[in-house]
Design a protein around this ligand. Structure first.
Ligand code: G6P
Length: 363
C-alpha cells in the first residue's frame, strides 16, 4: 500500500521515505498527466497564465525546493519568478508588478510563517496556490487553489520525499503552464520522459546505499563541520544536502555557491575538512571542479559527485544524466543518504532530531 504508515522492516521512517521516492515520481506522472500532456484544473491554469510574476513562499526544505522551481517556471513558462522565505517575507516585501500570483510550497500545509503571508496576500486580493502533501491542511483550504504532492504521509522530521515531490510537481505545473502560454521551451521539454529518468536514476542511486554508507563513514564519521558546494541547481542542492546533514547529525554543515568560496569561506578549510562538490550542470562544471580542487590543495577531503557526462574517472559518485533543471531530483539522493548514515552511525534517533518539529505552527 502506497500510503502505508508503518515502518515495515525499516529501523527508521527516513530510510523508508527515501526509498519511496521513485514511486512518488511515477505517482505524480500518473496523477497529473494524460497521454503525455499535463492535466491541471482549468481555472488554476487560467489564473496562472494571467500572472505578471510568480512569488514562491516557503520555509526550510520546501524553500530549497522553491529555488529549483524558480528555474523551471522561468525557463518553461517564461514568467519572472522569485522565491521567498516565509518568515522574512511576512515583514519585508519587495515591489510587486501588476498581477502577482503566489505559490505556497508546504509539506504539512500548517507552517505558521507561511500562513501569515497567505493571510496578507488574500487581504490584498492576489490569487494563490498551495502545493502541499496534506490536502486537508489549513493552507490547502485557505488558498484559492491547491495541488497535492501525493507523496504519502511523511513521518521523519527531516523531509525527503516531499522535497523531490515538490520539485517534480513544480516541473509538471511549469510545463503545463508553458504549453498553455505557447512557450517553445515548454513544448520541447518532455516532462513525462524526464520524470521517468528521475525515477530510474533515483533507484540506481538508492541501490548504492552501502557505497554511500562507506562514503559517509570516510567523510563525516567524526567531523564537526562540512561543506557542500555547487553552482545553480547544484548550489540549491548543496543547501538542501547540508540541511539534511546538519538537522539529523548535528554536524555544522553549510551549502555554498562554489564561486563564493574564494570570497571568504575558503578560510575555514583545514586539513581534512570535508567538502562535497556537486557537479552536474555543463555550464558550470569546470569552474566548480576547479573551486573544489582549490579546496583540496588547502587540505580539504573532497567528495566529487558528478553527472555522468561531466565526470572524471577519479570522481567517487556518478549521477545518471538528466535535464540539468531536474538534476536535484537525483543529486539529493546521496545528500539524503549521507545525512542518514552519519546520524545513524553516531547513534542518534534519525527520525526525531533534537529541538525540531515536523511542522512548526508558531511564528
Ligand atoms: C519544519 C520541518 C522542516 C520543513 C519546514 C517547512 O521546520 O522540520 O523539515 O522543511 O518545517 O515545513 P513545511 O511543512 O511548510 O514544508
Amino acid at each position: 500500500d502506497a500510503h502505508d504508515t508503518g515502518k515495515g522492516t525499516y529501523e527508521y521512517y527516513m530510510l523508508k521515505e527515501i526509498d519511496e521516492q521513485p514511486a512518488v515520481m511515477r505517482r505524480l506522472v500518473a496523477t497529473y498527466t494524460k497521454d503525455g500532456a499535463v492535466q491541471l484544473p482549468a481555472a488554476l491554469l487560467k489564473a496562472l497564465a494571467g500572472a505578471s510574476q510568480l512569488v514562491i513562499v516557503a520555509a526550510g526544505t520546501s524553500y530549497h525546493a522553491g529555488l529549483v522551481g524558480r528555474g523551471l517556471f522561468e525557463s518553461l513558462a517564461g514568467i519572472p519568478t522569485s522565491v521567498e522565505l516565509a518568515s522574512e517575507y511576512g515583514y519585508h516585501q519587495g515591489l510587486l508588478t501588476a498581477k502577482p500570483f503566489f505559490i505556497f510550497l508546504t509539506q504539512s500545509g500548517e507552517t505558521a510563517d507561511i500562513r501569515q503571508v497567505l493571510v496578507q496576500v488574500k487581504a490584498k486580493g492576489y490569487p494563490s496556490l498551495t502545493i502541499t502533501n496534506v490536502g486537508s491542511s489549513t493552507l490547502a483550504r485557505e488558498a484559492d487553489y491547491a495541488l497535492e504532492l501525493h507523496a504519502g504521509p511523511e513521518i521523519a522530521v527531516a523531509s525527503t520525499k516531499a522535497y523531490t515531490a515538490q520539485v517534480a510537481l513544480q516541473a509538471l505545473v511549469a510545463k503545463g503552464l508553458g504549453v498553455a502560454l505557447g512557450q517553445p521551451a515548454a513544448t520541447a521539454f518532455d516532462v513525462v520522459h524526464q520524470l521517468g529518468l528521475a525515477a530510474a536514476g533515483q533507484q540506481a542511486l538508492i541501490d548504492q546505499k552501502s557505497r554511500l554508507h562507506e562514503l559517509a563513514r570516510d567523510l563525516f564519521a567524526t567531523t564537526r563541520n562540512a561543506f557542500y558546494i555547487g553552482r545553480g541547481t547544484d548550489y540549491y542542492i548543496s543547501l538542501e544536502a547540508a540541511l539534511k546533514l546538519k538537522e539529523i547529525s548535528y554536524v555544522q554543515a553549510e551549502g555554498f555557491a562554489a564561486g563564493e568560496l574564494k570570497h571568504g569561506t575558503i578560510a575555514l578549510i583545514e586539513q581534512d575538512t570535508p567538502v562535497v562538490a556537486i557537479i552536474t550542470d555543463p555550464a558550470t562544471a569546470a569552474h566548480t571542479r576547479s573551486n573544489a580542487e582549490e579546496a583540496a590543495a588547502r587540505g580539504a577531503k573532497v567528495l566529487f559527485i558528478a553527472a555522468r557526462s561531466e565526470a572524471e574517472p577519479s570522481d567517487q559518485l556518478i549521477i545518471p544524466d538528466i535535464d540539468p533543471r531536474l538534476s536535484p531530483l537525483l543529486t539529493i539522493i546521496p545528500g539524503q543518504l549521507l545525512g542518514y548514515y552519519t546520524s545513524y552511525d553516531r547513534g542518534y534517533d534519525v527520525d526525531k532530531p533534537r529541538n525540531l518539529a515536523k511542522s512548526v505552527t508558531v511564528e
